[in-house]
Design a protein. Structure first.
Length: 201
């Protein structure tokens, strides 16, 4: 797992800011609620790809597995919330995922490539944040977040592998562009704390 984390930290162009970690520790109820939302959205993204690209066997296999795992994680987060008396309620989404999706080129292979790269970025950032948070959390939550590192790291690798596999060209330039966009979202102020938000405003 250490090697995967090192790879992810190299892939991402910046670390999670310390100010975000402080906000997460102060708002653990929001952290858990938005974490549950993120797991649900990740499963939904995988299912959308399953429905849209039915002729790609590798994608079908990987996204089916990913969707199941993300829904299991969702159930686990909801159970932890229940144990802690945290009510699952509606909260607004952060600008992170929508900010990344604004960069998606529309149509054909370019769209699929961008969606897969963005999937890799989101999974990589989730993995990095679990690892950054774990040392500061109580034993139960720290153990849970550490347990997610392996699957989230694999999801990052699966998305990136599929993006390179299906592209018609070397896509490192595109990966670098989207990595830069992700960095800007993480390093700019956000008015509300969320699991993928930037620096607390």
């Amino acid at each position: 797992m250490k090697e995967v984390l090192e790879e992810i930290n190299t892939f991402l162009l910046c670390e999670t800011p310390e100010a975000w970690i402080g906000a997460a520790l102060e708002q653990q109820d929001v952290l858990l609620i938005d974490h549950a939302n993120c797991e649900k959205k990740a499963a939904s993204t995988a299912m959308n790809l399953l429905y849209r690209y039915i002729d790609r066997d590798d994608l079908l296999k990987k996204m089916s597995q990913l969707a199941r795992e993300e829904l299991l994680h969702f159930e686990q987060v909801v159970n932890i919330m229940k144990e802690r008396g945290v009510t699952y309620r509606h909260i607004s989404s952060s600008r992170y995922a929508s900010g990344l999706r604004e960069h998606v080129r529309k149509g054909g292979m370019e769209e699929l490539t961008d969606v897969l790269i963005i999937g890799a970025l989101i999974e990589a950032r989730s993995c990095e944040r679990f690892a950054m948070l774990a040392p500061h959390l109580d034993d139960v939550l720290a153990k849970f977040y550490r347990s997610l590192l392996r699957s989230e790291g694999r999801h990052y690798q699966d998305y990136l592998t599929l993006a390179r596999q299906y592209a018609d060209e070397d896509i490192q330039w595109r990966i670098d562009e989207l990595r830069q966009a992700e960095k800007e979202l993480i390093q700019t102020p956000d008015p509300e704390f969320r699991f993928h938000s930037g620096i607390p405003a």
